[in-house]
Structures are given as C-alpha cells and as structure tokens.
Ligand binder design. Structure first.
Ligand code: DAT
Ligand code: MG
Length: 134
C-alpha cells in the first residue's frame, strides 16, 4: 500500500443531522489525515459531473437535487490505502446492507441520503479532488 489521497464529502443529511464531528473523528481514529476541509454547496455542474455514471437511472434526478439541497463538507483525506480505507469506514451504499459500525450502517436511513461520499478508485479521487478544490 502507498500513501494515497481520496476525496470524501459529508452529504447534506450528515451535516443537517450533526454527524460532522463523529465522521472526522472516525477518519482520524483510523489513521487517516484530513488534508483539506471546506463547508459549502455542491453546484449543479459539479453534481452532474460527479454522478455522470448514473445519468438516466431512475434515482438520478433525486440524487442531483438531494446533493445540491444543502451544505456539505468537502474533504481531502490522506493515508495508507486511503481510498479503500475511506470506503470501508463508509460502509455499503444501501443503509440496509451497511454493517453496524460503519458510518452508513450507524447513521444512514435512506439509500439516496446516505450521509457520506467517498471516491471509488484512485483515478476518480484525483478527478474529484480537482473538481471540488480546483
Ligand atoms: P457510492 O456512493 O457508495 O459510491 P454509487 O456510486 O453506486 O454508490 O451511487 C452514488 C449515490 O447514488 C449513492 O451514494 C446514493 C445514490 N444511489 C445509488 N443507488 C441508488 C438507488 N438504488 N436508489 C436511490 N439512490 C441511489
Ligand atoms: Mg460511487
């Protein structure tokens, strides 16, 4: 494994429901480092680019309107195998399948509003860091 950087984002429900501190704490406890962190909105353009692979699916419109519906916390997270480590701390996409002890397993109730985003591979991590931090 090597030191990697990944992009993670606490989604609007995670912010609204007060999970920022807990999530940052879990990342740091797992040995990951918060390199950059910024609160703000996701623009419709950023949302469309980030979820391009889902265009045309039945949940696409809801996904875009949800992710642009309120403040998010954008983060660059680094560490040994940060991409996979972040994904494993997040848990499965569907909260019904997310294991207890994972962020989604503990805090998500809805497959769309599922608390947190994390890049799914190193290549997308680089693209997403540029997309959200310029
Ligand atoms: P992940 O966020 O775990 O990488 P993904 O890339 O498959 O999952 O999907 C992106 C987001 O789209 C996901 O976090 C929530 C939403 N989503 C995925 N599948 C969905 C579904 N069947 N119904 C509603 N929203 C869904
Ligand atoms: Mg994904």
């Amino acid at each position: 494994m090597a030191i990697e950087k990944t992009y993670s984002m606490i989604k609007p429900d995670g912010v609204r429901n007060g999970h920022i501190g807990e999530i940052v704490n879990r990342f740091e406890r797992a040995g990951l480092k918060i390199e950059r962190m910024e609160m703000g909105m996701v623009t419709p353009e950023q949302a469309a680019a980030n979820y391009q692979e889902h265009e045309g699916k039945p949940f696409y419109d809801g996904l875009i309107s949800y992710i642009t519906s309120g403040s998010v916390v954008k983060m660059v997270v680094s560490g040994e195998g940060a991409v996979a480590k972040c994904r494993s701390l997040m848990g499965a996409t569907n909260p019904l399948e997310a294991a207890p002890g994972t962020i989604r397993g503990d805090f998500a109730v809805d497959v769309n509003a599922n608390v947190i985003h994390g890049s799914d591979c190193l290549e997308n991590a680089e693209i997403e860091i540029k997309r959200f931090f310029g």
